[in-house]
Design a protein around this ligand. Structure first.
Ligand SMILES: [Cu+2]
Length: 273
Protein backbone atom coordinates (compact mmCIF):
# COMPACT_ATOMS: atom_id res chain seq x y z
CA UNK A 1 0.00 0.00 0.00
CA UNK A 2 1.51 3.36 -0.96
CA UNK A 3 1.27 6.45 1.24
CA UNK A 4 -1.68 7.89 -0.70
CA UNK A 5 -3.64 4.67 -0.42
CA UNK A 6 -2.85 4.47 3.30
CA UNK A 7 -3.99 8.06 3.78
CA UNK A 8 -7.18 7.41 1.86
CA UNK A 9 -7.85 4.33 3.99
CA UNK A 10 -7.30 6.34 7.19
CA UNK A 11 -9.54 9.18 5.99
CA UNK A 12 -12.24 6.67 5.07
CA UNK A 13 -11.96 4.90 8.45
CA UNK A 14 -12.18 8.23 10.31
CA UNK A 15 -15.26 9.21 8.29
CA UNK A 16 -17.00 5.92 8.99
CA UNK A 17 -16.19 6.10 12.69
CA UNK A 18 -17.24 9.72 13.07
CA UNK A 19 -20.50 9.04 11.22
CA UNK A 20 -21.15 6.08 13.52
CA UNK A 21 -20.36 8.24 16.54
CA UNK A 22 -22.66 11.03 15.39
CA UNK A 23 -25.43 8.55 14.78
CA UNK A 24 -24.97 7.00 18.22
CA UNK A 25 -24.89 10.45 19.85
CA UNK A 26 -28.06 11.45 18.00
CA UNK A 27 -29.81 8.31 19.29
CA UNK A 28 -28.57 8.90 22.81
CA UNK A 29 -29.76 12.49 22.81
CA UNK A 30 -33.37 11.82 21.75
CA UNK A 31 -35.16 13.65 24.56
CA UNK A 32 -37.52 11.68 26.79
CA UNK A 33 -41.30 12.20 26.58
CA UNK A 34 -41.68 14.63 29.45
CA UNK A 35 -44.90 14.73 31.45
CA UNK A 36 -45.41 17.47 34.04
CA UNK A 37 -48.40 16.97 36.32
CA UNK A 38 -50.05 19.93 38.03
CA UNK A 39 -53.30 20.18 39.99
CA UNK A 40 -54.85 21.68 36.82
CA UNK A 41 -53.82 18.85 34.46
CA UNK A 42 -50.81 17.65 32.46
CA UNK A 43 -48.21 19.35 30.32
CA UNK A 44 -46.77 16.96 27.74
CA UNK A 45 -46.03 16.87 23.99
CA UNK A 46 -48.86 16.21 21.51
CA UNK A 47 -46.88 13.55 19.62
CA UNK A 48 -44.71 10.57 20.40
CA UNK A 49 -42.97 8.07 18.10
CA UNK A 50 -44.17 4.46 18.39
CA UNK A 51 -41.77 2.03 20.05
CA UNK A 52 -40.05 1.61 23.39
CA UNK A 53 -39.91 5.11 24.90
CA UNK A 54 -38.16 6.84 27.77
CA UNK A 55 -40.70 8.82 29.81
CA UNK A 56 -40.10 11.30 32.61
CA UNK A 57 -42.74 12.44 35.07
CA UNK A 58 -42.60 15.40 37.40
CA UNK A 59 -45.24 16.47 39.92
CA UNK A 60 -45.45 20.25 40.25
CA UNK A 61 -48.85 20.13 41.95
CA UNK A 62 -49.79 20.18 45.62
CA UNK A 63 -51.37 16.70 45.64
CA UNK A 64 -50.12 13.24 44.68
CA UNK A 65 -50.56 12.52 40.96
CA UNK A 66 -49.93 9.69 38.51
CA UNK A 67 -49.87 9.49 34.72
CA UNK A 68 -51.70 6.52 33.22
CA UNK A 69 -51.37 6.22 29.44
CA UNK A 70 -54.57 4.93 27.84
CA UNK A 71 -54.95 4.04 24.15
CA UNK A 72 -58.42 4.93 22.87
CA UNK A 73 -60.29 2.66 20.45
CA UNK A 74 -61.23 4.03 17.02
CA UNK A 75 -64.29 6.26 17.32
CA UNK A 76 -63.78 7.09 21.03
CA UNK A 77 -62.70 10.65 21.82
CA UNK A 78 -61.00 11.77 25.01
CA UNK A 79 -64.34 13.34 26.02
CA UNK A 80 -66.14 10.02 25.41
CA UNK A 81 -63.61 8.24 27.65
CA UNK A 82 -63.95 10.82 30.43
CA UNK A 83 -67.77 10.65 30.17
CA UNK A 84 -67.61 6.85 30.67
CA UNK A 85 -65.28 7.33 33.67
CA UNK A 86 -67.67 9.88 35.18
CA UNK A 87 -70.40 7.24 34.93
CA UNK A 88 -68.22 4.98 37.06
CA UNK A 89 -66.22 2.89 34.57
CA UNK A 90 -62.61 2.10 35.45
CA UNK A 91 -62.03 0.45 32.07
CA UNK A 92 -64.19 2.12 29.36
CA UNK A 93 -64.90 -0.47 26.69
CA UNK A 94 -62.20 -0.88 24.06
CA UNK A 95 -59.75 1.50 25.74
CA UNK A 96 -56.43 -0.07 26.71
CA UNK A 97 -54.26 0.78 29.72
CA UNK A 98 -50.63 1.19 28.62
CA UNK A 99 -48.96 1.58 32.03
CA UNK A 100 -47.32 4.89 32.96
CA UNK A 101 -45.70 6.54 35.97
CA UNK A 102 -47.42 5.65 39.25
CA UNK A 103 -48.28 7.77 42.29
CA UNK A 104 -45.75 10.59 42.73
CA UNK A 105 -45.64 13.12 45.57
CA UNK A 106 -45.49 16.89 44.99
CA UNK A 107 -41.96 17.88 43.99
CA UNK A 108 -40.91 14.32 43.15
CA UNK A 109 -39.70 13.11 39.74
CA UNK A 110 -39.86 9.64 38.19
CA UNK A 111 -38.69 7.99 35.01
CA UNK A 112 -39.55 4.84 33.15
CA UNK A 113 -39.36 3.04 29.83
CA UNK A 114 -42.43 1.52 28.19
CA UNK A 115 -43.64 0.51 24.73
CA UNK A 116 -46.36 2.44 22.88
CA UNK A 117 -48.15 1.47 19.66
CA UNK A 118 -49.61 3.86 17.08
CA UNK A 119 -52.94 5.46 17.99
CA UNK A 120 -54.73 8.13 19.98
CA UNK A 121 -53.90 8.29 23.67
CA UNK A 122 -54.74 10.18 26.80
CA UNK A 123 -52.86 10.64 30.07
CA UNK A 124 -55.11 10.42 33.13
CA UNK A 125 -54.60 10.53 36.91
CA UNK A 126 -56.81 8.22 38.97
CA UNK A 127 -55.72 9.45 42.39
CA UNK A 128 -58.29 10.96 44.76
CA UNK A 129 -60.97 11.35 42.09
CA UNK A 130 -58.73 13.38 39.75
CA UNK A 131 -60.07 11.18 36.94
CA UNK A 132 -63.37 13.05 37.33
CA UNK A 133 -62.05 16.54 38.16
CA UNK A 134 -58.77 17.08 36.32
CA UNK A 135 -58.49 17.39 32.52
CA UNK A 136 -56.78 14.54 30.67
CA UNK A 137 -54.00 15.19 28.14
CA UNK A 138 -54.46 13.91 24.56
CA UNK A 139 -51.55 12.86 22.36
CA UNK A 140 -50.91 10.84 19.21
CA UNK A 141 -48.46 7.96 18.85
CA UNK A 142 -47.15 7.77 15.29
CA UNK A 143 -45.26 5.04 13.44
CA UNK A 144 -42.28 6.93 12.00
CA UNK A 145 -39.72 4.13 12.09
CA UNK A 146 -37.88 5.61 15.09
CA UNK A 147 -35.40 3.32 16.85
CA UNK A 148 -36.37 2.10 20.32
CA UNK A 149 -35.02 4.00 23.31
CA UNK A 150 -32.77 1.67 25.23
CA UNK A 151 -33.45 1.16 28.94
CA UNK A 152 -30.38 0.64 31.11
CA UNK A 153 -29.50 -2.93 32.12
CA UNK A 154 -31.60 -3.80 35.15
CA UNK A 155 -30.16 -4.14 38.65
CA UNK A 156 -33.27 -5.89 39.96
CA UNK A 157 -36.20 -7.79 38.42
CA UNK A 158 -39.51 -7.15 40.21
CA UNK A 159 -42.35 -9.59 39.53
CA UNK A 160 -46.00 -8.73 40.18
CA UNK A 161 -47.98 -11.84 41.06
CA UNK A 162 -51.52 -12.34 42.42
CA UNK A 163 -51.03 -10.98 45.15
CA UNK A 164 -47.41 -10.38 46.04
CA UNK A 165 -44.19 -8.69 44.93
CA UNK A 166 -41.05 -10.72 44.27
CA UNK A 167 -37.56 -9.29 43.80
CA UNK A 168 -34.74 -11.40 42.39
CA UNK A 169 -32.35 -9.57 44.69
CA UNK A 170 -32.36 -6.72 47.20
CA UNK A 171 -32.56 -3.10 46.06
CA UNK A 172 -29.44 -1.17 47.01
CA UNK A 173 -28.81 2.46 47.78
CA UNK A 174 -27.92 4.66 44.81
CA UNK A 175 -29.39 4.60 41.31
CA UNK A 176 -31.20 1.35 40.55
CA UNK A 177 -32.95 0.19 37.40
CA UNK A 178 -35.89 -2.12 38.06
CA UNK A 179 -37.30 -4.33 35.33
CA UNK A 180 -40.98 -4.85 36.18
CA UNK A 181 -42.67 -8.02 34.93
CA UNK A 182 -46.26 -9.16 35.52
CA UNK A 183 -46.58 -12.96 35.68
CA UNK A 184 -50.05 -12.15 37.08
CA UNK A 185 -52.24 -13.89 36.04
CA UNK A 186 -54.20 -10.63 36.53
CA UNK A 187 -53.10 -7.03 35.93
CA UNK A 188 -51.11 -5.26 38.63
CA UNK A 189 -49.35 -2.04 39.39
CA UNK A 190 -46.62 -1.07 41.80
CA UNK A 191 -46.35 2.19 43.68
CA UNK A 192 -43.11 2.76 45.55
CA UNK A 193 -43.13 4.74 48.81
CA UNK A 194 -40.38 5.79 51.18
CA UNK A 195 -41.65 5.70 54.76
CA UNK A 196 -41.03 8.74 56.91
CA UNK A 197 -39.20 8.12 60.20
CA UNK A 198 -41.56 6.66 62.77
CA UNK A 199 -44.15 5.48 60.23
CA UNK A 200 -44.87 1.89 59.31
CA UNK A 201 -46.54 -0.02 56.53
CA UNK A 202 -49.85 -0.12 58.48
CA UNK A 203 -49.83 3.69 58.67
CA UNK A 204 -49.40 3.85 54.90
CA UNK A 205 -52.20 1.35 54.23
CA UNK A 206 -54.57 3.27 56.50
CA UNK A 207 -53.59 6.61 54.96
CA UNK A 208 -54.25 5.35 51.43
CA UNK A 209 -57.61 3.90 52.55
CA UNK A 210 -58.59 7.23 54.11
CA UNK A 211 -57.79 9.11 50.89
CA UNK A 212 -54.65 10.73 52.29
CA UNK A 213 -56.38 12.42 55.22
CA UNK A 214 -53.96 13.58 57.91
CA UNK A 215 -50.20 13.93 57.65
CA UNK A 216 -48.51 11.65 55.15
CA UNK A 217 -46.60 8.64 56.52
CA UNK A 218 -44.56 8.31 53.32
CA UNK A 219 -43.42 9.95 50.10
CA UNK A 220 -44.74 8.49 46.85
CA UNK A 221 -41.79 8.00 44.48
CA UNK A 222 -43.59 6.90 41.31
CA UNK A 223 -44.08 3.35 40.14
CA UNK A 224 -45.50 1.41 37.22
CA UNK A 225 -49.21 1.44 36.44
CA UNK A 226 -51.02 -1.56 34.95
CA UNK A 227 -50.89 -2.58 31.31
CA UNK A 228 -53.71 -4.24 29.34
CA UNK A 229 -51.08 -6.76 28.17
CA UNK A 230 -49.39 -8.35 31.18
CA UNK A 231 -46.61 -9.78 28.97
CA UNK A 232 -45.27 -6.25 28.57
CA UNK A 233 -42.23 -5.28 30.57
CA UNK A 234 -41.46 -1.76 31.82
CA UNK A 235 -38.33 -0.34 33.42
CA UNK A 236 -38.07 2.14 36.30
CA UNK A 237 -34.92 4.04 37.25
CA UNK A 238 -34.74 5.58 40.68
CA UNK A 239 -32.20 6.82 43.18
CA UNK A 240 -32.60 5.27 46.63
CA UNK A 241 -31.24 6.47 49.93
CA UNK A 242 -31.04 4.08 52.87
CA UNK A 243 -34.39 3.69 54.59
CA UNK A 244 -37.66 1.81 54.72
CA UNK A 245 -39.76 1.52 51.60
CA UNK A 246 -43.13 0.02 50.69
CA UNK A 247 -44.28 -1.62 47.46
CA UNK A 248 -48.06 -1.27 47.19
CA UNK A 249 -50.68 -2.30 44.59
CA UNK A 250 -53.96 -0.40 44.54
CA UNK A 251 -55.66 -2.25 41.69
CA UNK A 252 -59.25 -3.14 42.61
CA UNK A 253 -60.12 -6.78 43.31
CA UNK A 254 -62.80 -7.51 40.70
CA UNK A 255 -66.39 -7.10 41.94
CA UNK A 256 -65.33 -5.95 45.41
CA UNK A 257 -64.38 -2.71 47.08
CA UNK A 258 -61.05 -4.20 48.11
CA UNK A 259 -57.68 -3.34 46.61
CA UNK A 260 -54.85 -5.78 45.97
CA UNK A 261 -53.07 -4.23 48.96
CA UNK A 262 -56.04 -5.30 51.13
CA UNK A 263 -55.52 -8.91 50.08
CA UNK A 264 -51.79 -8.92 50.74
CA UNK A 265 -50.13 -7.14 47.81
CA UNK A 266 -48.03 -4.85 49.95
CA UNK A 267 -44.42 -5.35 50.98
CA UNK A 268 -42.01 -3.42 53.14
CA UNK A 269 -38.37 -3.45 52.12
CA UNK A 270 -35.27 -1.95 53.71
CA UNK A 271 -32.49 -0.37 51.73
CA UNK A 272 -29.32 -0.64 53.76
CA UNK A 273 -26.48 1.83 54.23
CU1 LIG B 1 -51.95 -6.09 42.21
Amino acid sequence: MNIDATRRAIVLAVCVLSFACQKQTAEKEAPPFRIVATDAGFEAPDRLAAGLRHITFENRGSEIHEGMLVKLPKGMSADDYVAAVKKGSLFPEGALDYSGPGLTSPGAKAEMWLRVDPGQYIIICWNKGHDKTTPVHSFTVEEIGAADDRPPKEDVVMKLFDYRFELNRALRKGVQTIRVETPGPTMHEVDIYRLHNGSGVEDLKRWRKQHESGSSPAEALGGALDSHDIRRVVWLRKEFVPGHYVLHCEMPVTNTKLTHADVGMVREIEIKE
